[in-house]
Write a new protein. Structure first.
Length: 160
């Protein structure tokens, strides 16, 4: 007997490979990519050499928060920025797992959410850009559909 999954390992591996390729192509800092299915279970995860120890937890929190709220982590950030009490309540309700910054992207097929991708390592906007690229490479749709138009001008270090 086989169990049906909402997001296949093949799709998850394609998402991760493309996200990491795009990150390297754009000279981003080392990334960690987490792909979870619609039930919030991790399907796959990879970290580039040099990616910090907390990056997995941050990437998972971005993906898990997006899936839990049904909106991208960018939209969570935007909606919560003026609502600190609700943001604190969500942090408590999620046992601190929700990370409300860009980089958590919903994965959709035929208008149905089948999982989420979380990336951490560079700026949140660059993380999100790589997630969207990975999802598209797998032939799936993302929410948000487009990255922040200023993703390439955000920096964490002095390499620009």
């Amino acid at each position: 007997m086989r169990l049906q999954t909402s997001l296949s390992l093949d799709h998850a591996n394609t998402i991760i490979a493309e996200a990491l390729r795009v990150g390297a192509e754009n000279d981003l800092l080392p990334l960690t990519v987490v792909v979870i299915d619609a039930g919030g279970r991790m399907v796959a995860c990879q970290s580039q050499d040099g990616s910090g120890l907390l990056r997995h937890d941050i990437a998972f929190g971005k993906a898990w928060g997006a899936l839990g709220m049904g909106i991208s982590s960018r939209l969570i950030r935007d909606r919560l920025s003026a609502r600190p009490t609700f943001q604190a309540a969500l942090a408590t309700a999620s046992d601190g797992r929700l990370i409300p910054v860009p980089g958590g992207v919903l994965v959709e097929r035929d208008g149905v959410t089948i999982g989420a991708v979380g990336i951490s390592g560079d700026t949140s906007e660059k993380d999100e850009y790589c997630a969207i690229a990975g999802i598209r490479a797998a032939g799936l749709s993302s929410e948000p559909a487009e990255a922040d138009p200023d993703w390439s001008t955000s920096y964490l270090d002095d390499r620009h």
